[in-house]
Design a binder for this molecule. Structure first.
Ligand code: ZN
Length: 255
């Protein structure tokens, strides 16, 4: 598969080109590994990307090993990071939280290896780059914490990653019952980053492009108004200009 390497503050991120058939179903699952800060070879067989305490990206299982599309059945050596839901599901995990427990964490005790701010920032960056590259909407059914597979997609997991993190000023995110939901907050951060990426990559209109589009619209309008057939040359020129304009609209996110 063709890959794109994206330079991030957490190291290079290598992502394959994925056919729309698979990318349109792709999910991103956010985890912590219930491990120490050591990124072990075991963790690298469970996830596609594992983050060290400083957020550094460690490449695990190749993304394509969890993909399934025409001509590419899911390989046997996929990353098994979610129970009964690993096909077209990418796992990003922070090496952390070895001896943490939800009840204690909700009281503010996260154990010896609390998930770090840099790890959360790296999760946001990686997920945003993927969402941008593969056009994944940042919605709970597609970008979700491991814990949410039960409530959102009906696959019980009995996990709590990543719904309780130590360094979030949680007050604005409190639910009515006093609990909080850091996964929603992480998703909103991912959404912001995707929007920033989309803005940065907005292409400049090529010189004369709007003139071409104007000319093409005039030709089509005249043809429609008069009912006169266009010459093949005029039609070709008009369609080419409109096609380019269509590409610009897609890139700007209007289509
Ligand atoms: Zn998990």
């Amino acid at each position: 598969m063709q890959t794109t390497t994206i330079n991030t503050p957490f190291g290079p991120l290598e992502l394959p080109s994925i056919p729309e058939e698979a990318s349109s179903k792709l999910c991103l699952t956010l985890h912590w590994a219930a491990s120490t800060y050591n990124v072990s070879s075991f963790e690298l067989t469970k996830y596609h990307f594992v983050l060290g305490a400083d957020g550094a990206i460690h490449k695990g299982v190749p993304v394509e090993n969890n993909l399934s599309f025409a001509g590419h059945p899911r390989p046997a050596n996929y990353a098994a990071h979610v129970l009964n839901a690993n096909t077209n599901n990418i796992g990003i995990s922070a090496a952390s939280m070895a001896d943490a427990a939800e009840v204690e964490a909700r009281k503010g005790h996260y154990g010896t290896y609390p998930v770090t701010e840099k790890q959360i920032a790296a999760i946001v960056e990686i997920a945003a780059q993927m969402c941008f590259l593969w056009n994944i909407p940042v919605i709970p059914t597609r970008v979700l914490g491991h814990e949410e597979w039960d409530s959102v997609n009906g696959r019980p997991q009995d996990r709590w990653d990543v719904n309780c993190i130590p360094h979030l000023d949680i007050r604005p995110h409190l639910n009515a019952d006093g609990t909080y939901d850091s996964t929603n907050w992480i998703r909103s951060e991912i959404r912001k980053r995707v929007q920033a990426l989309a803005t940065q990559s907005r292409p400049e209109l090529p010189a004369g492009a709007m003139d071409d589009v104007d000319a093409a619209l005039k030709v089509l309008y005249t043809a429609a108004q008069t009912g006169l057939p266009m010459t093949p040359d005029t039609r070709r020129t008009a369609l080419k200009a409109l096609n380019e304009f269509n590409g610009v609209l897609v890139n700007l996110g209007f289509k």
